[in-house]
Ligand binder design. Structure first.
Ligand code: F6P
Length: 548
């Protein structure tokens, strides 16, 4: 990371200057250049992926200034540090090695002077054996029945990743049904367990720390439910743990044989590639889990070895910085045109916002520029009938990513063409809008009077010039999914490197947890302690009104 204040670097200042000049950023004008798509898109034949970033508010000059920003920040040098096991998570003094979990060619990677690959491979072997046994019926429940349902109990990174992937690969699911229990709200466990049979249910307790209140509370209730039917001895057949904390796992009563280990160089939100992915391997099979890892590894190499000008995650990051830091965008929308990817935006919310929602830089100083954007989104076309109005005609600039597939896993009539017609139409409408002249012409043709047209036309105008990226991917497979996830991971990495923040800690989640622990006893004994008058008033009302 560069030691000059970020906003003082020539790269930043040049971008600022160019923003102030503000000229030529009209997509309609920029697209007079017939070569624009060719110039501002990248095709990867091996993955079957096209990344089209031509509908962004950039020209050649801005693009090259953005590339200079990445150069000045030393993004590639910093990435090499991550891949080499340097402790780039400096507040926790940890290496950041989720990339080692998918190191398909198995070259040595060192953390604290020790090659981490043997331990990673050993856990992968153990996951393969377990998932094969579970799926084939070799692993059976305490009463001799085959396991039909698995329940992953975890939260945050121990839930969002595996849940998103199991949803995305549902078409390939040929193992036990996968359920995901995360919320401490009793409604979650109640609704999941009510349709399950303890004799055919296996719980996967997924927690890096094995101390997370939600997970431990849910795991204890699940244990009570399971043991209540089959006795204490059944735990070994119905509970496994995914964790870095062997001591706590043993205390919970799970045999170390049934523990799948990972390590503190794997951050929670980067952990689906680790033992945390066990529910994926059980649900779709280990080979497909392996393909997922291979897809991510393919992008790791792309990220590390491709010049910035052709480097997809670097370009995604730089465009995000252009909008976030220079054009005043507050959020970034992710719009998968695939129902299978309906959890992808929720997954990215943790991946991006827990990583880059930071205000303090590497010099322990408050930053004087914006950092991580608000990430949001829904699958298309559902979102079109809800919030797209604001993207099209609202006052805010909302850069959006459209993700679509050439082939559906299952073709049903013309559904896919109808879906994809919308995938192509929306970025076109966002970019080029509908002029007042065209609106007037349309209304005139419809037979409306001049007077009425005058009044209505302004409401029907689309200003356009709304930026989008489009990812067009041939097929949704474990491999392309792994690649897509890794693209966003490295985008987040690149932005964190440029903003000089630590993308790998998450101190911001701690304070609320501490306060909740203080308040918990006040809800049982009915007496609130010292709080501000709002918090105290609410606690008192809760205690007064709750059904005893
Ligand atoms: O509270 C945030 C967090 O620490 C996330 O970073 C993490 O993914 C999640 O909680 C779950 O933590 P654990 O896997 O240790 O239960």
């Amino acid at each position: 990371m560069n030691s000059l204040g970020l906003t003082q670097t020539p790269a930043w200042k040049n971008l600022q200057k160019r923003k102030e000049e503000g000229n030529n950023l009209i997509l309609k004008e920029l697209f007079k250049d017939e070569n624009r798509f060719k110039e501002f898109s990248i095709k990867d034949n091996e993955l079957g992926l096209v990344f089209d970033y031509s509908k962004n508010l950039i020209d050649k000059e801005i693009f090259s200034l953005l590339i200079k920003l990445a150069e000045a920040a030393g993004v590639n040098e910093y990435a090499k540090k991550m891949f080499n096991g340097d402790k780039i998570n400096w507040t926790e003094k940890r290496a950041v090695l989720h990339i080692a979990l998918r190191n398909s060619d198995n070259h040595p990677i060192y953390a604290d002077g020790k090659d981490v690959m043997p331990q990673i491979n050993a856990v992968l072997d153990k996951m393969k054996k377990f998932s094969d046994d579970l799926r084939s019926g070799k692993w059976i429940g305490a009463t001799g029945k085959k396991i039909t349902d698995i329940v992953n109990i975890g939260i945050g990174g121990s839930d969002l990743g595996p849940k998103m992937v199991c949803e995305a690969l549902k078409y390939y699911a040929d193992g036990p049904n996968a359920h995901f229990l995360s919320n401490i709200d009793g409604a979650d466990i109640y609704e999941i367990l009510k349709s399950l049979n303890p004799e055919t249910t296996l719980f996967i307790v997924a927690s890096k720390t094995f101390t997370t209140l939600e997970t431990i509370t849910n795991a204890l209730s699940a244990r009570k439910w399971s043991v209540g039917k089959m006795g204490e001895n059944s735990v070994k057949n119905h509970f496994v743990a995914l964790s870095t904390n062997e001591k706590k796992v043993k205390e919970f009563g799970i045999d170390e044989k049934n523990m799948f280990e990972f390590w503190d160089f794997v951050g929670g939100r980067y952990s689906l590639w680790s033992a945390i992915g066990l529910s994926i391997a059980c649900n779709v099979g280990f080979n497909r889990f392996r393909e997922l890892l291979d897809g991510a590894n393919y992008i790791d190499k792309h990220f590390l070895n491709t010049p910035y000008e052709k480097n997809i995650p670097v370009i995604m990051a730089l465009l995000g910085i252009w909008y976030n830091n220079f054009l005043g965008a507050q959020s970034h929308c992710v719009l998968p045109y695939s129902q299978y990817l309906h959890r992808f935006p929720a997954y990215l919310q943790q991946g991006d916002m827990e990583s880059n929602g930071k205000t303090v830089n590497i010099d322990a100083k408050r930053v004087n520029y914006e950092t991580g954007p608000i990430i949001w989104g829904e699958p298309g076309t559902n979102g079109q009938h809800s919030f797209y109005q604001l993207i099209h005609q609202g006052t805010k600039c909302i850069p959006s990513d459209f993700i679509g597939f050439v082939n559906p896993p299952k073709r049903i009539g013309s559904h896919h063409e109808k879906l994809m017609a919308n995938f192509f139409a929306q970025p076109e409408a966002l970019a080029f809008g509908l002029s007042k002249e065209k609106v007037i012409e349309n209304l005139t043709n419809s037979g409306m009077s001049k007077d009425e047209i005058e009044k209505l036309a302004p409401y029907k105008v689309f200003e356009g010039n709304k930026p989008t990226n489009s990812f067009l991917i041939k097929d949704l497979t474990p491999r392309t999914l792994g690649a897509l996830i890794a693209l966003y991971e490295h985008k987040v990495f690149t932005q964190g490197a440029i903003w000089r923040i630590n993308s790998f800690d998450q101190w911001g989640v701690e304070l609320g947890k501490v306060l909740a622990n203080i308040i918990l006893p006040e809800l049982s004994d009915g007496k609130s302690n010292a709080h501000d008058c709002s918090t105290k008033g609410l606690i008192d009302e809760f205690n007064k009104s709750k059904v005893k």
